[in-house]
Ligand binder design. Structure first.
Ligand code: CS2
Length: 491
């Protein structure tokens, strides 16, 4: 079977949507760090929408370590298929990525791109762990950051590359690029900015001052449910395309991108491609993280303990679906500092409908990855706010306790955790006995996750109760805990 690429593009069946512009006339204006499935299913599609009008914003996709994306899409001239999941599978070939680089193998090419004056925007999807934070600050002891501080011209981390590119531009008197985080972190731009400043400060205070005054790090909120690519998708795509695509991506039809209007260089006309430019982004990122991602993580850990595989299956369990809905409406929504015109009930309804979408096979195991990084930004902040406001936290603690039970179960069963703290987390299991207080205390000693709240007696007690309520974490025990926590949607 032939391969999707420039040569086979014209022969694709007419139902397949393809780039509405001449790719050879586009120029690279964006470097994207972290060219994984989410970027290719989300931001790259928005850019694909506007290249016909504005050809100067094609993307150079950079992977920091793995060459997999470059090696899969290189022979395809950067082309890949986006499958929209809903009723019929609708397919679209995306042409926005014109260049693919693997930083580990071609660091000079990445630095040269970053220094290119035609590049005016650097975007990132590096997941929570890519920011190398400990609490809110940059973890200067993180091996990648320590490496980069010692050799800033030959970086390994995303922050190292962003700052190295800025240093090259400053030295060559080229205007800096805007740095736009597209990760699921509250105040993602602010965190990235503080991390970049702290990093630069560690080896070049003048550079840090220049970044502080000259470079914009807007916040953004991204949303679209994007299940990992599997062979079933590859086969369906090949059958409809009539040629092979080594790495198609899939997502739900719904997509949202809200970007803070704060740029230090030219920007694409995002608003013409369905994104929202706003000066009131803070409320959006909180609402999304707390009302979508936190329930997702709750389903992931509670559902996995119950032996359920996907989000849609989890939503078919009345006790679990009821618990999550109640968590959203009664516990999370009231703590939100909602953006102007935001209706938490309608937002909750829409999210629950998206979770129920039977056409999406979104594995709970995928969402369960990186719990140590996700829980603080998704749910611990809500608990902290509820503690300050004197609101109940019992239900909010159940997903956190479920994560603890999940971690212990994986360690006991010898299943490797996908988490940057995997080694520490698996070791915890060996040092704590079956005693709930001791087990919870061992988790709470993880300062990077729990530092601001681990001394709060109400929190410690509620978490211990939730942990005990989950009993031996069998499906029956979890169902009983959900029932006891009020797994009914009447709020
Ligand atoms: C999910 C998110 O994998 C996860 O942790 O919660 O990727 C979620 O699907 C997206 O944020 C939706 O926009």
């Amino acid at each position: 079977m032939s391969r999707l690429n420039e040569a086979t593009l014209a022969a694709l069946p007419p139902a397949i949507v393809r780039p509405a512009y001449d790719r050879t006339k586009t120029r690279i204006g964006i470097v994207h760090i972290g060219a994984g499935a989410f970027h290719r299913a989300h931001q790259a599609v928005h850019i694909d929408d506007l290249l016909a009008d504005d050809p100067d914003w094609a993307i150079c996709g950079v992977s920091l370590r793995s060459a997999d994306v470059r090696d899969a899409l290189g022979p395809q001239d950067g082309l890949y298929t986006l499958a929209l999941l809903g009723g019929n599978l609708s397919l679209r070939v995306i042409g926005a990525i014109r260049e693919l680089l693997c930083a580990r193998e071609e660091p000079q090419a990445v630095l040269a791109r970053l220094a290119d004056p035609a590049v005016r925007l650097v975007t990132l999807t590096i997941t929570e762990k890519g920011y190398c934070l400990s609490g809110d600050a940059l973890d200067l002891a993180h091996p990648d950051i320590a490496h980069d501080v010692a050799s800033p011209q030959a970086p390994a981390s995303a922050i190292g590359y962003v700052v190295a590119g800025l240093a090259l531009r400053r030295a060559a008197d080229i205007a800096p690029y805007t740095v736009l985080s597209c990760d699921n972190l509250a105040d993602n731009g602010g965190r990235l900015r503080r991390a970049a400043l702290q990093y630069a400060q560690a080896f070049d205070p003048d550079l840090a001052r220049w970044i502080e005054t000259e470079v914009a790090f807007p916040r953004s909120m991204v949303d679209s449910i994007t299940p990992a690519t599997d062979d079933a998708l590859r086969e369906r795509v090949a059958a409809q395309l009539g040629c092979a695509d080594a790495w198609p991506v899939q997502r739900e039809p719904y997509t949202q991108w809200v970007i803070e209007d704060h740029f230090c260089n030219a920007r694409p006309a995002f608003e013409r491609a369905g994104a929202t430019i706003s000066d009131d982004i803070a409320g959006y990122d909180h609402a999304k993280l707390r009302l979508l991602n936190a329930p997702h993580s709750a389903l992931a850990y509670l559902g996995s303990l119950m032996g359920i595989e996907t989000v849609a299956d989890a939503m078919r369990q009345p006790a679990l679906a009821g618990f999550v809905e109640r968590l959203m409406r009664a516990d999370i929504a009231p703590t939100l500092d909602a953006p102007r015109g935001f209706d938490p009930d309608a937002y909750t309804d829409a999210i629950l409908a998206r979770f129920r979408n039977p056409d999406i096979r979104h594995l709970l195991s995928q969402i369960a990855w990186d719990g140590s990084q996700k829980l603080p930004v998704r749910i611990l902040g809500t608990i902290a706010d509820a503690l300050v406001a004197g609101r109940p936290i019992d239900r909010l603690c159940l997903p956190v306790a479920a994560w603890m039970r999940f971690v212990r179960r994986q360690a006991r069963n010898g299943v490797a955790l996908v988490d940057p703290l995997a080694d520490t987390l698996s070791a915890l299991d060996r040092t704590t006995a079956g005693d709930a207080s001791a087990a919870v205390a061992a988790f709470l000693a993880l300062d990077a996750m729990f530092a601001p709240m681990s001394g709060d007696e109400r929190f410690v007690a509620a978490l211990r109760d939730a942990y005990m309520a989950l009993g031996d974490a069998t499906p029956g025990a979890v169902s009983r805990a959900l029932a006891a926590a009020g797994g009914t949607a009447d709020v």
